[in-house]
Design a protein around this ligand. Sequence first.
Ligand SMILES: NC(=O)c1ccc[n+]([C@@H]2O[C@H](COP(=O)([O-])OP(=O)(O)OC[C@H]3O[C@@H](n4cnc5c(N)ncnc54)[C@H](O)[C@@H]3O)[C@@H](O)[C@H]2O)c1
Length: 254
Amino acid sequence: MPVTAYDLTGRTAFVTGAASGIGRACAVLLAEAGATVHCADRDSQGLDGTAALIKDRGGTARTHTLDVTDHLRLAEAVAACARLDVMAAVAGIMHSSPVLETRDEDLDRVLGVNFKGVLYACQAAARSMLASRTHGSIITMASGAVDTGGPGLLCYGAAKAAVVQLTKTLATEMGPHGIRVNAVAPGWIRTPMTDRHDDEAQARTEAFMSRMSPLGRVGDPEDIAHAVLHLASDASAFTTGQILRPNGGVTMPW
Ligand SMILES: NC(=O)c1ccc[n+]([C@@H]2O[C@H](COP(=O)([O-])OP(=O)(O)OC[C@H]3O[C@@H](n4cnc5c(N)ncnc54)[C@H](O)[C@@H]3O)[C@@H](O)[C@H]2O)c1
């Protein structure tokens, strides 16, 4: 496969959650690969930071301050891209509570952002790609939580499991139109989401997570961005409905 398969020159990408962590790394790398990148997030200051990083590297960025649970606003922002080639639906939140202490509002909030927010991004992207007959790529952000479970992970894990189901269903529906849909299920990645705000606790958690990986380390946002670039590009032209697991080998499902 020639390296040019990763070239996104002339293509347009839309990244949600682009103000921070994994979404920011995806936006920067897709821009470095040549795409014009539309960066969306509810954090406008963070978005400005991402756009500045992209421009510093000679790339092209547009920003959209929005909440992914607002499907009308999201659809409007996606429609603003004349033609969309890549959607990376990355925005998400963490929530942890034991099953017996989980309240309805916790479930609604986490499913709202982590599942419905991804669904709305996928719907907007698929509609745009169908209208322009673009053989695009849609990438959703799942989590290693779908393979492992864990105390407190009910809301978060349920939303991510729903993202996996959305990905597989949409892949079967969009395949005949040449639109690919895949999920990325990261392992433990060093971002503001996993920041314990306590150096000792952070070091303990990272040491534990590193011991779980045959590679002996935790992940960086760039590890995930490279997986997203692969799925966004022609290098993965025969890949759809799949869950890519950049997790340092912590889980190895069939
Ligand atoms: N960090 C990890 O270890 C890890 C592991 C597996 C999966 N993930 C997933 O990767 C994605 C990115 O996580 P991250 O670690 O980069 O976290 P992060 O907190 O650094 O970034 C999340 C971004 O999403 C944005 N966001 C949250 N809710 C939003 C909303 N309603 N509308 C618009 N934007 C919103 C935030 O403002 C932030 O910029 C999430 O979906 C997360 O569940 C992360």
